[in-house]
Every structure is written in C-alpha cells, then in structure tokens.
Ligand binder design. Structure first.
Ligand code: ASP
Ligand code: MG
Length: 437
C-alpha cells in the first residue's frame, strides 16, 4: 500500500477534485491524504485574526463568503442531486460550527478548531464524490489516530496502533481517505502539524504502516535543480538522497515540507514527488540512493541576518562558543550557518525577533557586527569530501559576487554560501550556468 498526498492546488477547484479522484481510483487501494482546497487555510487564519481582534462581524462576513464558495464547488462537483444534498448538509454543519466558535471570547483553542475545518471539508467533499462515482472509499478521521505528545512531537506508537486498527476495521475499502495537517495534542484537543503540515501527515502515515512509497502530488514536476522563479531552464532532479532532499526542503524548495523527510528516512520509505497535471512524468524520487558523485541542485533562503562576534579572548580559550550559543538559546533563536576563525565566529539566523536582546548580550563577549538582508545559497549533492573539485566549481561561479560566509563539512551533502539578498538571483544564475549547463 502507498500513501498519496494531494496539496491544496491539486484539489483547488471542482474539476481538479474530479481529476484527482480519477487518478486515485486508477491506482487501487491506497491511503489518500488531502490538504484543504487552496486558499482555505489562509482564509481560516484571517477569520481567526478578526476574532482575536474581537471583530465578530468582520469574521462572519468572511465565513459567509467562504461558505458561498463551497456551495458553488458543490454545485459544480456532483452530478446527482442526492450527492449535492449530502454535501450541502455536511458543509452547513461545518460552517455552523465555525460560526458557533466566532465569539468575543476567542482563544488558541477555538483558533485550532477553526484551522482544522479546511481539511475536514476537502475530505468530506472528496468522499461523497467517490461514492457518487461508485468507488467504495472510507474516510478515516485523522483526529482519531493522528496525535502529538507532550513535546508536540508525533506520538508514533499511538499513531501506528490506532491507524492499524482502523485499517483492519475497514479492510474491504477500495481506497482510504484522510485529512492532512490536523491532529490532536497530548490533551486530546484539536491541533495541527503547522502550516504546510500535510506532507508531514503523509510521511507519518507512511512510516506507521510501512508503506511501499509516499507520493506527494503537487502542481510541479518534481524538485528542480534550481529555483524556477529566478532561473530559466531549470529541470527536475530524478533522484535525491534523503539527506539532499532534507537540505533542499529546508533551504526554500517549497515543494516539500522539511518535516516530511525524517519519518520516511528513518523507516526507509521512498518519497516520490509527482505532478497532478502530468501524472506520467517521472518526478523526483527521494530514497537512500547510491552515491552519485555529483552536484544536484541549488536553493536559496532569504531574510537572513549574519552576526559576527570577534574577541581576543577567543584565542586558545575554551567555553567561548558555548557562551555565545547560550545567548541564542536564551532567546529561542536557532542558528542556520556557522563559520569560525581563531579569533571570531560568524553565525546566521532567519529570525530577527529577539535580535536587539541577542546583540546586547553578545557585546559582553566581543565586538559585534551585523549584516541584514542576506541570503543563504545552498548547493546540494553528493559532496563527500574525498570528491575533489566541486568546491572550486561553486566558488569560481561566484567569482564576481561578494561572499560573506562559506560553510562546508557539516554534512556530506551541502555547501552553503551567504551573500547579499540583492545578489541572490545573480548567484543562482551563475551557479546554474557553471554546474548544470
Ligand atoms: N492546509 C494546510 C496549510 O495550508 C496544510 C497543508 O496544506 O499542508 O498550511
Ligand atoms: Mg504544501
């Protein structure tokens, strides 16, 4: 059995839902994970925003227009009047529930309930559509098996036990359907796996059942070797190692959520990125692939701040780095890149929320310099250190671009370069030319 996950754009309109249903039905008995229709989760966030600001009328207006949108989806999606009626009834109940939560007293608890409704709607509509088409799908409520523990980490033992029991109970289903993104927390409350979390759901389910493969269906033909928004003539990468995919997902390749890779990697389950618009295209296969001795892709991450701490006291001193890192820990700011010299250390962060306090504390240990609006360019591939020459190719390509930090050796799969954000596109294009053309 496989897990097939479809993102918001893949189920973004009535006709897209029909296409996905046909694609799923052809592939036999699998577990299908759906996101909310595109735009819905953002709208639910907006509704919550109004409610936090105690503008209940503002919220209700958006609730009504979202409900109208779904009414037209229903009108378009179904052929039979009875399917339409069933869908209207379900949607009405969901929107009435959202309205019942739309009150002055609005907390995180109500917000999470509201955010969960997008996936509940998309799976309900799809399930009714399957039945109309004569496909015996069974909807497995994610809230009955997907759970996080007290550290907000997935409770994998619980997920496995509950999901296995549900699958056994419905063993004669033609296809299983469930919600991405939503879960319960350790206290049994409705919660979620963070924005974009449907990929994570798919991966956790894949791991729980030991799936043959986890397929992530989107609207692009796999992970590209560079960012198509900034670079022309990029092409999909056929194969990636789990570690390469993890680096790329983190450094801005929007197609796959970074959290998705770990459960698949730990359980050695291949992940395939596929395109709903071109179902026969190869896409990208992520697995424990053999060494390729090649550079595979370039990605970039914006809004990076570089901080340099220089201190005579660092020379031959132990404990200096610990003191520096403790400051970042105190202000709950994670560090992306690190480079060191004997008298100083540079780090990069992607979140300036506590920057002032961090800088105040760092100044106790040395001279501090800050560079804002930087970008990390990340080159990914099989870059094991005995392979000669790839560093030269990367740095030669960037010959005309000022480079603030270079980091290599943290893993066998990545070399990171920090440049000014205004040089990012030039850097990505120069790398494309030097590495892939
Ligand atoms: N619907 C959620 C979001 O938009 C989860 C997902 O699509 O992965 O963030
Ligand atoms: Mg997504």
């Amino acid at each position: 059995m496989k897990v097939l996950k479809f993102g918001g754009t893949s189920v973004g309109t009535a006709s897209r839902i029909k296409e996905v249903a046909a694609l799923v039905a052809e592939r036999g008995k699998n577990i299908v994970v759906l996101s909310a229709m595109s735009g819905t989760t953002n709208t639910l966030v907006e509704i919550s925003d109004y409610l936090y600001k105690k503008n209940v009328d503002g919220a209700k207006e958006i609730v009504n227009s979202l409900e109208n949108k779904y009414r037209s989806v229903i009108n378009e999606l179904y052929d039979k009047e009875e399917s339409r009626e069933a869908a209207f009834k379900e949607i009405k109940a969901i929107f009435n529930y959202i309205r019942s939560l739309s009150k002055d007293m609005f907390t995180l608890f109500e917000e999470r309930e509201i955010l969960a409704q997008g996936e509940l709607i998309s799976t309900t509509l799809m399930n009714i559509y399957f039945h109309e088409q004569g496909v015996d799908s069974v909807l497995l409520p994610a809230l009955d098996f997907m759970r996080t523990d007290k550290n907000s980490e997935p409770d994998t033992a619980y997920i496995r036990t509950r999901l296995t029991a549900l699958l056994e109970k419905h063993s004669d289903a033609a296809v299983y359907l469930t919600q991405g993104y939503i879960c319960r927390n350790a206290y049994g409350e409705v919660d979620n796996l963070q924005r974009g979390g449907s990929d994570y759901t798919a991966s956790l389910i894949g791991a729980a059942i030991g799936a043959d493969e986890i397929e992530i269906w989107t609207d692009i033909d796999g992970m590209h070797n560079n960012d198509p928004r900034y670079v022309e003539n990029t092409s999909p990468v056929c194969e990636l190692h789990f570690e390469e995919a993890a680096e790329l997902a983190y450094f801005g390749a929007k197609i796959l959520h970074p959290t998705c890779v770990l459960p698949a990697k730990l359980n050695n389950i291949p992940v395939r990125l596929l395109n709903t618009m071109q179902p026969e295209a190869h896409g990208t296969l992520i697995y424990n692939c053999p060494s390729s001795h090649s550079i595979k892709a370039v990605a970039a991450k914006d809004n990076i701040t570089a901080i340099k701490i220089k201190s005579g006291r660092m020379l031959l001193a132990y404990g200096f780095l610990r003191k520096v890192f403790e400051i970042f820990e105190t202000y709950q700011t994670s560090i992306d890149m690190i480079t060191t010299s004997e008298v100083g250390v540079s780090v990069s962060i992607d979140n300036e929320r506590n920057l002032h306090r961090i800088l105040d504390d760092l100044k106790k240990f040395g001279t501090v310099t800050v560079d804002h609006d930087m970008a990390i360019i990340c080159v990914v591939g099989d870059l094991e250190w005995h392979n000669c020459g790839f560093e030269t190719r990367v740095l030669n390509a960037l010959g005309d671009i000022p480079v603030r930090m270079i980091s290599y050796g943290g893993s066998n799969y990545n070399i990171s370069i920090l440049v000014r954000q205004c040089d990012k596109i030039a850097a990505m294009n120069a790398l494309q030319k030097a590495l892939f053309v």
